[in-house]
Ligand binder design. Structure first.
Ligand code: ASP
Length: 326
């Protein structure tokens, strides 16, 4: 009798596990500054986040993979000029746009990442191609662009990425730096990186992040976004995408730390993410936020900045978007 009960409950467990309720959570950066958020800007940002959520969720609803869903959502945000990824990326000290991205498949722990490209229209697609079509996991600069060309990834003239708003942010950063008001990196609190985490019907998690980095960055600087375990991470139990001051997310290996707390210390994902974002990173001197999702569909979006552009599709398929902390 006991054996039969065990068999029934095992069946129930696996039938349930193989039909997880799909979940999608995205962010558009943690550097929202309350005073800069005009009603018009808010309207456009909300619309873009909703479009990205709908695009990614359509994949999940049709039984597609979490990996495809995060890629779809991120392409929408990369194509929008309102986020610091793809078109609208921030400028380096030298007035260029240098883009970084990563994608990770939690089920297989396969990874693709790229950094320092300046002609790839959708960096997340190149990261995916590195994962699917090369024996490597991380490519940078000219080599990554040569690979992009060889696999038919769309390249654009570098001027495609420019927006006047980002150009002005660089001018402000240069002025402030000259007046010695900033750190040597020339930090500006305009984090607009984009990221997505998803759970598909098969119960598999994925994470992806795409960014222009930080305004006024130089010397081939690479942030946390394309570094696996720092700004992007996914395994069978947990998926994370971060935004914020990348140097500190790298030093704290933030995304992996969150997932390790979930897996080894059995912490609920909300607690694990909160500890890292509100305690570990700030203690080092950094700030920012994350989106994190577990294999049961529990998710959390902690940040310690004014706000974080974010959105999710709930278990009933309803789309939600939020910006400030209140
Ligand atoms: N984390 C990114 C970086 O440091 C910046 C951002 O979140 O916007 O490159």
């Amino acid at each position: 009798m006991l054996r039969r009960l065990a068999a029934v409950s095992a069946l129930f467990c696996c039938a349930f596990a193989s039909a997880a309720t799909p979940m999608l959570v995205i962010h558009g950066g943690a550097g929202v500054i309350r005073k800069d958020l005009t009603p018009e800007k808010e309207k456009f940002v909300r619309a873009d986040l909703e479009t990205a959520l709908k695009a990614g969720y359509a994949v999940l609803k049709d039984g597609g993979s979490s990996l495809d869903a995060v890629g779809k959502a991120i392409v929408v945000l990369e194509d929008s000029p309102r986020f610091n990824a793809g078109k609208g990326a921030v400028f380096t000290h030298d007035g260029r746009n240098e883009l970084d991205a990563a994608i990770m498949d939690g089920a297989t722990m396969r990874v693709g990442a790229i950094a320092g490209v300046h002609r790839v229209k959708n960096p997340v697609l190149l990261a995916r191609a590195v994962m699917d079509k090369s024996p490597h996991v991380f490519m940078v600069g000219d080599g990554a662009e040569a690979f992009a060309k060889s696999v038919g990834i769309e390249l654009v003239d570098p001027s495609y990425f420019r927006t006047d708003e980002r150009w002005q942010q660089l001018q402000d950063a240069l002025k402030a730096e000259a007046a010695k008001q900033q750190s040597s990196l020339g930090r500006m609190i305009h984090y607009g990186t984009v990221g997505a985490v998803a759970l598909d019907k098969a119960g598999h998690l994925a994470a992806a992040t795409s960014t222009g980095g930080m305004t006024n960055k130089r010397y081939g600087r690479v942030g946390d976004s394309p570094i696996i375990g720092a700004g992007t991470y996914a395994n069978a139990h947990c998926a994370v995408s971060a935004t914020g001051w990348g140097e500190y997310y790298i030093r704290s290996v933030a995304a992996h730390d969150i997932c390790a707390r979930v897996e080894y210390a059995k912490e609920p994902i909300a607690q694990a993410a909160k500890e890292v974002v509100m305690d570990v990173v700030p203690k080092l001197g950094g700030d920012g936020g994350v989106i994190a999702l577990d294999d049961q569909g529990n998710f959390t979006t902690p940040f310690n900045t004014d706000g974080m552009y974010r959105g999710w599709v709930d278990k009933d398929g309803k789309v939600h978007v939020a910006i400030l902390s209140d």
